[in-house]
Design a protein around this ligand. Structure first.
Ligand code: NDP
Length: 419
């Protein structure tokens, strides 16, 4: 029995909320709160006849700490699930500290305004010191470690699929398969086709920022940064087939390098089709991915926000998307003195997700782990206080929950490796 406040009601949140309603014995009462209350009301109305979970809704601007404190103070939840945008991570963490409530999210902090001089000074110093230039990094949220620990609260960071399940796979490999891990390759394949020439599978602004940034990987204790999309490999994915994939910077590399310090190399690859890449390069070349406002006919416009308004809403891709995703991790390392390799992954079908919860598989593969992470915190399976990423917790009950609630694992002890 618990009360949970869920902030955000977009593609990922809608799946997480639908899945919470499938477990009313734990999620007995939930409040859906977001910027546009009508979306919360519509989802609540759709779900109420299907569940015993008591659903309330509210309007909140999660950029405003005082508004959040008032809402959390009035509802008194056991946990706040932040499934809005990474821009709101710090304000929601502040509000959780002020009200003494546990916190979780699905993506690490990045600022909405990357031109803010105060943020930029810190960012540029971090780029020089650490050697990667993505707008997001864990330092902002790791800075809350002591405060959460002192308050006896838990903040669970990045509990989607990647980040999230990929780190649980790493913790599982370390616990059950290896004495030491030498290399980790995280492979994220979307073999789905939505029939549009160009659309993003989750929030376009966050997605395009991530994909157009330089790539980087962790090797022998430091970051190696490369131009965007300059390392390409092909891989034959189970139930999807042969795909081109490109090396990207990704947030879980940063925490894995800290938490599994023996690992010599960690890379992240994501598949992209040629149409996506051609459109993205073109949009970037003409300045449509810029976050810097421009004046147009007397109005200030942020190009990437204008682009977001033109692109299909990721939440609308569900009925059109066919095919499967395949996301997982390939490991090399040693067990009992012997070299070994291991691959653990999940295959998810877009249309099966749509039939179950009305969403495509990208929202599904993020929303289900968010619900399962909340389940771990609410049922006392994960209890460490402070600010933690998924690989710091016991992977077994979490992977069991994923098996049960829609994202079962597959394994190979003889995988083809990525060169
Ligand atoms: P959407 O854009 O579909 O949804 C975002 C939601 O947050 C919307 O309901 C939006 O409200 C709400 N919101 C935005 N700003 C505010 C605010 N200031 N106050 C209150 N509510 C606000 O995004 P997605 O569902 O695609 O993504 C959600 C999160 O999941 C993101 O952080 C994304 O990075 C992360 N993600 C993580 C993945 C993983 O594997 N770990 C994979 C994919 C996504 P409105 O309706 O008014 O716009």
């Amino acid at each position: 029995m618990s009360r949970v406040l869920i902030i955000g009601c977009g593609g990922v949140a809608s799946v997480a909320i639908s899945k919470c309603c499938q477990v009313p014995e734990v999620f007995s009462e939930i409040m859906i709160a977001s910027r546009t209350k009508s979306k919360c009301d519509a989802l609540a109305e759709k779900l109420r006849p299907t569940t015993k979970t008591v659903i309330e809704t509210a309007k909140v601007d999660a950029d405003k700490v005082e508004e959040l404190i008032a809402l959390i103070g009035a509802y008194k939840p056991d946990l706040v699930m932040n499934i809005a945008l990474p821009y709101q991570d710090l304000t929601i963490m502040d509000a959780c500290l002020a009200t003494g409530v546990n916190y979780m999210d699905t993506a690490n902090y990045e600022p909405e305004d990357t031109d803010d001089p105060a943020w930029r000074a810190i960012y540029e110093k971090r780029c020089r010191e650490k050697g990667f230039s993505a707008y997001f990094d864990y330092s902002w949220q790791w800075a809350y470690r002591e405060r959460f620990e002192r308050a006896g609260l838990t903040a669970l960071l990045g509990c989607g699929f990647d980040p999230g399940v990929t780190q649980a796979y790493c913790a599982y490999a370390k616990k059950h398969e290896f004495d030491t891990i030498d290399t980790i390759d995280i492979l994220d394949c979307n073999g789905g086709d939505h029939g549009y020439a160009f659309a993003t599978n989750f929030n376009p602004e966050v997605n395009l920022r991530e994909v157009s940034a330089p790539g980087s990987y962790w090797e022998n204790g430091h970051w190696v940064e490369i131009p965007a999309m300059s390392i390409k490999r092909e891989y034959n994915f189970d139930q999807v087939g042969q795909k081109d994939m490109y090396l990207l910077h990704h947030e879980e590399i940063e925490s894995l390098a800290e938490n599994i310090p023996e690992v010599k190399r960690i890379r992240f690859f994501m598949t992209f089709g040629q149409s996506y890449l051609t459109h993205m390069r073109c949009l970037e070349n003409v300045g449509m991915l810029s976050t810097t406002p421009v004046m147009f006919e007397g109005h200030e416009i942020v190009p990437i926000k204008f682009l977001k308004a033109l692109l299909p809403d990721p939440a609308s891709l569900g009925p059109r998307t066919h095919g499967k995703t395949n996301i997982g991790c390939i490991f090399t390392g040693k067990k009992d003195g012997q070299d070994k390799t291991y691959y653990i992954y999940n295959v998810c079908d877009h249309q099966a997700c749509y039939k179950e919860v009305g969403s495509q598989a990208i929202s599904y593969t993020t929303g289900v782990p968010a619900m399962c992470g909340a389940l771990m915190l609410l049922t006392g399976k994960w209890t460490a206080k402070g600010v933690h990423t998924v690989e710091e917790f016991d992977p077994d009950p979490f992977l069991d929950a994923l098996d049960r609630y829609g994202l079962p694992r597959s394994e190979s002890h003889d995988p083809v490796l990525v060169d």
